[in-house]
Write a protein of this length. Sequence first.
Length: 364
Amino acid sequence: MSPRESFLQRSSLEVRFLLELLRTYVRNEEKPSIPDEFNWPAFIQLCYTTHFAGWCYDQLKSYESGLIPADALQSLKSYQLRVLTSNERLLHQYQELLEIAQREKLTLYPLKGITLMNDCYERVYHRHLSDIDVLIDPKELPTWEEHLSRADYRLKRRVAKSTFHEQAGLKYDPLQAFKQDAVIDFHTSLNAGMAQVRISLADLKQKQQSEHKLSTLDQLIFVCLHAYKHVYLGQLNPLHLMDIHLLSQKVDEQQLIAQSSAYHCAKEVHSMLELTRFFMGQKDSSIPLWQLSVLDHVLNHTEFTKSQKRQFYYRKHFRIPVSVKQLPSYLWCQVFPSAAYLKQSDGTGNYLLNWLRRIGRLGR
């Protein structure tokens, strides 16, 4: 039995149907038959949690009348309308950011959903947005803060674990801005917090075809790195795998291999491409067991073992993404982060108390 067949066998009817919908969609094949004894409330909930509900409505509404309960279709349609309203509101907020960037001649590149919903998806409501991600020049951060404050944004600075983490490129989204219901994450690097990744902002600026838009190749690499970071920590938004699939259809694979190698992230990019092909039913590739456990956790609600929970926690707090030369400084700052970081994470002014809370979580 192949890895994908084994995965499907232990999945619910509802999960298997969603995956079959995705598989037939990417292969442009006839849509799958609806299984007998299908649990529609469970399927609707699955569509909500995976953020595929808006897309699923357009896939299901063409089925023969009577095969799908009217209340199920109405639930998906209502979700689609909510996504449309929310996405339009976030797009309006992004336009405000773009106006500031153009007026003040600031660097601004949209990342992930805010640009992909128009560039890759057939309808803007097929790509659920939860926030806005943008890339800026770190030297321009004070200027951004000044103009955002004038535009009535509420700002929150994210503190690095230490000065070492900041200098090593392990902190890449130092600012959040809030206005009405919109949340904007300002990134100052595309390395997704991975110190070994070498993506120069200066080089990005030189090769972009548009002043405020990254190339499709660079967008894909960033989405892969972002997805890898989450999967590595035991988390996954399946919508990111759809992003990767749609972007990968627009680039040359050899160019992708060459560029990701130049950025020192070929392994991570390849890993997420393989996971995407497995998830979308394009290829019955063998993916690592720990990645399968993440898929099981997200889609089938299986619990991680204590060993897996501990592994993901250690990866989050004690992984070693630096060179041997940097290792002593890195380990010291991992064990003893800055007081500002611990206060932001644990909420009190007492360094010792915050530190003991953090160490105590390791033993869980």
